[in-house]
Write a protein that binds this ligand. Structure first.
Ligand SMILES: *Cc1c(COP(=O)(O)O)cnc(C)c1O
Length: 238
């Protein structure tokens, strides 16, 4: 075996192991919560190379997440298995990057202001198929790290629903640092219920990461965004 293929097969064992552990955690959390509906696992591939994405697709992963427009665009241009994968954009998004994201993403989780909604809608039209959108909710009263305040969410949801090329799917949040994730995800559920009262089809709840996915499942998450527990520790930025 060449050094390169030996490295690839040991990475495959590592990633397959992480994936099996996370799938087992999700199954047992669903069982504990008495949930029979589906929970979608999104593997967050940020700062990992394209070969890892192909490996994940080989292992049956269907949904992947990225948080930076430039990295996502460069990486997914060389991912061999792109047509088998749904790409979820989960990071803070500047309006001037909305066009590029609208062209590569299948779902955007981080919509948190009116200007972004207009930009995504405008740029998605030429693609000829709608973009799935979640409203990101800030659960700690601050908006600096992305997310709209809960009181703003119904208005933003209405704006998304009014866009021809956007499809309102639900809400997303990250549990605030140091906060009790059960409390945070219970609050997110309340916001989700308010959105669903007006838009019954918008039933997705994107919540839960490596450290708190069980709490998210308990509070009705339909989509989990998991990186570290599957792919290992990310290289630090800069
Ligand atoms: C990086 C990231 C994740 C994954 O976090 P892990 O702790 O590695 O599982 C989930 N959601 C968002 C928004 C992220 O940026």
């Amino acid at each position: 075996m060449s050094a390169e293929s030996a490295a690839l097969s040991s990475r495959r064992i590592e990633v397959a192991g992480g994936l099996a552990l996370v799938r087992a955690r999700i199954d047992s959390a669903r069982r504990a919560a008495g949930r029979v509906d589906e929970v979608t696992l999104i593997v967050v591939t940020k700062r990992f190379p394209a070969v890892d994405v192909d490996l994940l697709a080989d292992l049956g992963v269907t949904d992947v997440g990225e948080n930076k427009e430039q990295e996502a665009r460069a990486k997914y241009a060389v991912v061999q298995s792109r047509e088998r994968l749904r790409l979820h954009f989960i990071g803070q998004l500047q309006s001037n990057k909305a066009g590029a994201v609208a062209q590569i993403a299948d779902v955007v989780h981080s919509v948190d202001r009116a200007k972004l909604i207009g930009a995504l809608g405008r740029h998605r039209g030429p693609m000829g198929r709608p973009l799935d959108v979640l409203i990101q909710v800030s659960l700690d009263g601050a908006t600096g790290r992305g997310g709209a305040l809960p009181a703003e969410v119904p208005r933003l949801a209405g704006l998304v629903a009014g866009q021809e090329w956007l499809r309102l799917r639900g809400v997303m949040a990250v549990a605030p640092l140091g906060a009790d994730p059960d409390r945070a995800f219970a609050d997110l559920r309340t916001v989700s219920d308010a959105v669903r009262a007006e838009h019954p089809e918008a039933r997705w709840i994107s919540a839960g990461m490596s450290a708190d996915l069980e709490a998210a499942v308990r509070h009705g998450a339909t989509h989990l965004r998991v990186g570290t527990a599957i792919l290992g520790t990310r290289a630090s930025l800069g």
